[in-house]
Design a protein around this ligand. Structure first.
Ligand SMILES: NC(=O)c1ccc[n+]([C@@H]2O[C@H](COP(=O)([O-])OP(=O)(O)OC[C@H]3O[C@@H](n4cnc5c(N)ncnc54)[C@H](OP(=O)(O)O)[C@@H]3O)[C@@H](O)[C@H]2O)c1
Length: 324
């Protein structure tokens, strides 16, 4: 079978496309035949050896996928060969078939296409966990989303709107903001042009934001924290901007606000029932047309390096998919 392989840490140009034998699922595992794999920003970090986990070589990038059940390992029951599923192996999806632990496979209902489903798990799963479980976002509250046209950001815009929040999309260009507006943002702020803190003060008439969703970090983190309302919740999602920021704790004290860590991967392991309920809710919303699961582009598997470059160069809007 065809697979994208990372044989040593480096940039996307370092990846190779190779023919490898199809793997066999072991105890507790399922072999999933890939229909479409989805990329995330963290794939650019994993292949560079800059992520929180480092798979053994050679490995394939691709944290999630939609596909069909191809084979069951010993002891795995309750699945039919050929049924449609999504899976989030963490890495390894950019190949024609991938072995996944059964606990990381979820049945895919009718009414949700493979393209919509492939990239739903990580970004929408993270945003739902962040906004619902961590921030306890309430209808009528103000939610500011940084990197609002990225995978995680756009999911937060859509889910925040669905939860009844007033969403302020913040991004680096007008076309990214236009997309966020199409997906439910009421107000927009271009932090490529305007100071983030000034802009959020202006848009909230000095009150500050109740919940701030931050997948960017770096230089945006401190002005974002300075923009919190009294008893606001600042969600630490990720550091796509590069640097992991340090925050002055006096701001947390002065604003009586919370800084909340969001670690979706650990949540899935520790709270599998809540994760399953979240996935069911997300599929329901997509099937009903209330969440878009917006796809920027679908690339053939041979062009995975090109697709990863788009993410690394800050050009992706919504999800980038790869089809074997
Ligand atoms: N905590 C968790 O459990 C969890 C789960 C999933 C993802 N994450 C993290 O969330 C972050 C976003 O992931 P994603 O897949 O949504 O990424 P993405 O689609 O690439 O979006 C990231 C956004 O960050 C902004 N950005 C600012 N500086 C950037 C730079 N130098 N390079 C790339 N983007 C830059 C961009 O928006 P502008 O151009 O508008 O600034 C971009 O749209 C990553 O750090 C990822 O690891 C965390």
């Amino acid at each position: 079978m065809k697979a994208v392989l990372c044989r040593s840490f480096g940039g996307p140009e370092n990846l190779t496309i190779e023919d490898i034998p199809e793997p066999q699922p072991g105890p507790g595992e399922i072999l999933v035949r890939t229909s479409v794999a989805a990329l995330n920003f963290f794939d650019t970090l994993i292949i560079a050896g800059r992520y929180q986990f480092k798979p053994d070589f050679p490995f394939s990038p691709g944290g999630e996928l939609a596909g069909t059940v191809a084979a069951l390992g010993p002891g795995v029951e309750g699945w039919r060969i050929g049924e449609r599923v999504v899976a989030n192996p963490g890495w390894g999806a950019c190949r024609e078939a991938v072995v996944v632990r059964a606990s990381r496979v979820v049945r895919l209902p009718d009414g949700v296409s493979d393209e919509q489903a492939a990239g739903l798990t990580v970004t929408y799963g993270t945003s739902l966990h962040a906004l619902k479980d961590r921030a306890r976002l309430q209808p009528g509250e103000t939610l500011a989303v940084l990197g609002a046209a990225g995978g995680a950001g756009l999911a937060a815009v859509e889910i925040g709107r669905l939860m009844g929040a007033r969403v302020i999309a913040c991004a680096s260009s007008e076309d990214k903001l236009a997309l966020a507006r199409e997906h439910g943002a009421e107000l927009t702020l271009n932090y490529g042009k305007e100071d983030l803190r000034e802009g959020l003060r202006r848009l909230t008439e000095g009150r500050g934001v109740d919940v701030l969703y931050d997948p960017v970090g770096d230089k945006l983190a401190e002005p974002a924290l300075r923009s919190m309302a009294w008893k606001g919740r600042y969600l630490v999602i990720g550091f796509a901007g590069g640097a992991i920021p340090t925050l002055p704790l006096n701001l947390v004290l002065l604003k009586g606000c919370d800084v909340l860590g969001v670690f979706w991967g650990a949540f899935v392991e520790r709270e599998p029932e809540t994760h399953a309920a979240h996935m069911a809710w997300l599929f329901e919303q997509v099937a009903a047309g209330r969440l878009s699961a917006h796809v920027h582009a679908v690339y053939p598997i041979e062009q995975t390096p090109e697709a990863l470059r788009l993410l690394a160069q800050r050009q992706a809007k919504g999800k980038i998919l790869v089809r074997p």
